[in-house]
Design a protein around this ligand. Structure first.
Ligand code: SF4
Length: 322
């Protein structure tokens, strides 16, 4: 049985659910903010992962939650591991099993999507980072043809699909987002498309600036002409227009030690990662940090409420230290 690096499990304190943070990635996104992409973690088989995840849930919830989110890094790198993990979650009684992926590996193999769904997958969140091949290659290092194919293959299985795109001024602008929405509408008009503003704060490379509220709203208006379910959202932040009072989550490491973490802890981890990967002192990273000011976040929250009053639904978007 193959093994994958597991960085940690995250247990939500807002609603019972567990996140699996798997390490390693097949993309090299310039704006990546996930330390897990660089590998590491504890190497575990799917069976070992399930045992430890179950222990983590029993320790903190006293029972298994109904929902599991599998993320990374890129969770699809090892097909055998992922299928076994999904099967195991279903066998343990998880009702919602959600995969968050860049879609690339799924689109390379005709039967990967259907095997995942047969194993028990109920929902997929796929990043379509760009529609234009040149932009996608520039940003990720890989073609987007397999990603677009993954959207089609997953759609054919009938599971729920949420597509995510980051607005990046100068490359993935409103017109590029409209191209993605147009493509999605040809696949299935019921697909949800979520637009996130680029957040330079913890990006591996500060490729661009944060989009203005007007730019985001313009992208929404172009996309919604093609797809009814377009959502404006926020990446990297607790993204409720009215935030819940709970602002921490429980991180359980593969050795079953645990820690209640907050956004501040997550920031410190990301600063340490950036400092290491760029080989510059943490103080330098801190000085250059480009945090969103509260007024921007407030205004973005108002735009979300105005354009998508029924969304975000808390269970779908709360970040929980992923
Ligand atoms: S953003 Fe996601 S897909 Fe891109 S390099 Fe980072 S972990 Fe991989």
């Amino acid at each position: 049985m193959t093994k994958r690096g597991v960085q940690y499990f995250t247990l939500s304190e807002i609603e019972p659910r567990i996140w699996f943070m798997l390490t390693g990635c097949d993309f090299s996104c310039r704006g990546c903010f996930r330390p897990a992409r660089d590998g590491g973690g504890t190497m575990l088989s799917a069976e070992e992962t399930l045992v430890r995840a179950e222990q983590a849930c029993l320790m903190h919830y006293g029972q298994l939650p109904p929902k599991a989110m599998i993320t990374g890094g890129e969770p699809t790198l090892d097909r055998e591991y992922l299928i076994a993990l999904v099967k195991g979650l279903k066998a343990k009684g998880f009702k919602e099993i959600i995969l968050m992926s860049n879609g690339y590996e799924i689109g390379l193999e005709e039967t990967y999507a259907s095997e995942l769904v047969d194993a028990g997958l109920t929902e997929a969140h796929i990043d379509v980072k760009a529609f234009s091949e040149d932009i996608h290659i520039w940003y990720t290092g890989k073609s987007n043809r397999p990603v677009l194919n993954a959207v089609k293959l997953l759609n054919e299985t009938g599971i729920e699909l949420l597509i995510q795109t980051v607005y990046m001024p100068g490359s993935v602008d409103a017109e590029e987002i409209e191209r993605i929405a147009k493509f999605l509408s040809t696949v299935n008009k019921a697909i949800k498309h979520r637009i996130n503003p680029f957040t330079p704060t913890f990006a591996f490379e500060e490729v661009t600036r944060r989009p203005t509220i007007e730019e985001i709203e313009h992208a929404y208006k172009l996309a919604v002409k093609h797809l009814p379910n377009v959502i404006i959202s926020q990446s990297c932040y607790r993204e409720y227009p009215t935030p819940p009072t709970q602002e921490t989550w429980i991180t359980v490491y593969p050795d079953l030690t645990s820690k209640r973490r907050s956004i501040k802890d997550q920031e410190e981890d990301r600063i340490a990662w950036l400092s290491k990967s760029r080989a510059v002192p943490e103080e330098e990273i801190l000085q250059a940090l480009n945090r969103a000011d509260p007024a921007y976040l407030l205004e973005l929250g108002q735009v979300i409420m105005k354009n998508t009053p029924l969304y975000p639904a808390p269970s779908t978007v709360q970040k929980d230290g992923e």
